[in-house]
Structure formats: structure tokens, C-alpha cells
Unconditional design. Sequence first.
Length: 182
Amino acid sequence: MKKLLYATLLTLLVIGVLVYANRVSKINTTPIPKPLTAAEKNAAIKEWEATPAGANFRKWEASPAGQKVHTSMAKIRKSIKNFSNMEGIVSSLTLPPGARLGFGIMVKINGEEYILSFGRENASNSIKDYEPLHKLQVNDKIIIRSHHQSYAPKYACPIIAGDYIAQDGKVIFKRIPRQGAC
């Protein structure tokens, strides 16, 4: 009787290990896509530019509004690259109508208007991290540091990612880096 019980348990154990090993091998068999070569990237860009959306984007970039956005971006490019302090003045506590950037404010840096975006309030930072930002008022002076700027035809000014904000020498917001990212 004991031999039959041990044989049954051993058989179940072997079958369980085989099923688990088969499951793990199926999970790990997804191929990792290779990065595109420069020629493939250029071909993809050319293909996109041939679409109506690509043509409209290029038209916007060549327009005076697109040129103004690029000029504004060039003024702070060095500060973004070096993650250095930029002094800004809060010009509006709301984003332009129809903006889908999450929480953000409008700031003036060196006389140019920028969107200072912090993303969704429930993303990487907790809601309490955003409380000091909600207390900002129009015409408050703040120190901004950012790693990233972007633009879109939908907006009349560049978008700055709010990574570090200080007011009166006190840090009021600091973005928490994502864990496990490359």
C-alpha cells in the first residue's frame, strides 16, 4: 500500500514539474524584437510623412506657429540638457482647453510661455506629492528643472515635463523615477 502511495505521489510530482516547465518555456519563447536600423527608421518616417497626418504635421512645423514653438524650445534646450535651474513665473493654473496632458500649469520662462506638465496625479507619484503644486498661485516664482521637452501641433507653446519644482528655496515637487525601467 505504501509503495502504491509513493508511486502515485512521485508520478504526480513528475507530471507537475513537466507541466510547469512547459508553461515556463512557453512564456519565455516570445522573440525580442530587434531595434530598427537607421535605414529602416528613415523608411518608416518617409512612409509616415506620406500619410495625411504626416503632411499636416510638416505643414504645421513650417508655419509661423510651429516656428515659434521651435524657437521657444531652443531658448531652454541647454537648461533641459544640463538639468539646470530655470526660473519661471506661474502664468495660469489651468492648461489650454482640450489638453490631455494630465495635471499641469502654464509658466513663463524668459518671457516665453510653456506648459509645465506633471502627468496624471495617480501615476508614479502619490496624490499627496501634488498637494504643494495645487497651492501655487498666479505670479508665483518657481525654480524648474526638467529632463524632457516636447511639442504638438495642438498646443501653441512647448511642453516641459515637471521633474523638479522649488519655491523659495524649498522643494515642492520631485518626480520619482520609475522602477525597473531601462
